[in-house]
Ligand binder design. Structure first.
Ligand code: NDP
Length: 290
């Protein structure tokens, strides 16, 4: 079996690495070519040109947005009989359009975004939410297993991207609400590390309180693993889904407003947790342990 992987970024690097554990030839391509060569050195993958990669049986992509995936597919169409598994956090309508288009050429398209942060990619424990035809899902599942802790077929084409967008807007809501809560506690002179320990042993806990708040915000590191502009993109996808069905979703609209305060140029440079700095500025109070 030949597997191709396009996009060796913060997530794709590790995901493609796990695929090399399978009994298969793993071809990799990255826009910045030296990363593909470094991947080949580290994992025994094969750094190739895109023309060669799209001859694979299964092709993975993990790019910033659906626009880059559409551009690659338009320039380098995959061969008939293959399955394209797009692990980008993308746009449901784009998945549906690509799926229809590729089907005419004998190719199955699965939207298969992932969740679990770079640490989940490194450990091979990602959650993979998949939209598309069940037969294609069943063909891809044993391969995806190489980097997954949970794989769910969530519906037709576009359903995986929809679940991912809703997951990420919930994550953003959790982080913002937690930060507002911590800011109130700080203003009341409560010890933030002890407060967080209590919350993490109580019903207010979340992944944000257990990992992001202590590791990125209270530590003041804001270590970049997931760029804020990518989260802004996911929030935008979720808001478009909400608008398409005309539901009010007041809280989620507020979330979009909060996270769009930082301009796009800076948002590409910083980790998503740095969005909380706009809250800190507004409250004139840092979420530090001092
Ligand atoms: P990165 O920015 O780390 O990597 C992006 C990858 O896309 C790089 O390989 C980059 O190549 C490539 N790329 C960018 N623009 C183009 C282009 N125009 N043509 C071809 N290749 C391009 O992103 P992540 O790995 O963090 O994210 C990838 C996807 O996964 C996104 O959709 C994101 O929302 C999602 N995601 C990210 C998570 C995270 O924690 N980081 C968690 C879950 C999902 P180059 O090396 O040349 O820049």
């Amino acid at each position: 079996m030949r597997i191709g992987f396009i996009g060796l970024g913060a997530m794709g690097w590790h995901m493609a690495g796990h695929l090399t554990q399978l009994d298969a030839t793993v071809m990799v391509w990255n826009r910045t070519q030296h990363k593909a060569e470094a991947h080949a050195m580290q994992f025994g993958s094969l750094a190739v040109e895109l023309e060669q990669l799209v001859q694979a049986d299964l092709i993975f992509s993990c790019l910033p947005t659906s626009a880059e995936v559409e551009a690659v597919i338009a320039a380098y169409p995959p061969r008939s009989g293959s399955v394209w598994i797009d692990c980008t956090s993308g746009v449901p309508a784009s998945a549906q359009q690509l799926s229809r288009h590729l089907k005419q050429h004998g190719v199955d398209f699965l939207d298969a975004p992932v969740s679990g942060q770079t640490i989940g990619a490194e450990k091979g424990t990602l959650t993979v939410m998949i939209g598309g035809e069940r037969t294609a899902f069943e063909r891809a599942q044993p391969i995806i297993q190489a980097f997954a802790g949970l794989i769910e077929h969530v519906g037709d084409s576009g359903a995986g991207f929809a679940v991912k967008a809703v997951n990420n807007i919930l994550m953003a809501a959790n982080l913002w609400a937690l930060s507002e809560g911590m800011s109130v506690l700080k203003a009341h002179a409560v010890h933030l590390d002890a407060a967080l320990a209590c919350i993490n042993h109580s019903s207010g806990k979340s992944t944000m309180s257990e990992t992001i708040m202590p590791q990125k915000i209270l530590s003041r590191g804001f270590h970049k693993t997931f760029a804020l502009n990518l989260l802004q993109k996911d929030i935008g996808i979720a808001i478009d889904l909400i608008k398409a069905v005309g539901q009010p979703a007041d809280v989620l609209h507020c979330v979009q407003q909060m996270y769009s305060e930082m301009d796009l140029e800076r948002a590409t440079q910083v980790d998503f947790s740095a969005a909380i700095q706009t809250l800190e500025q507004r409250n004139q109070l840092l979420l530090d342990l001092a």
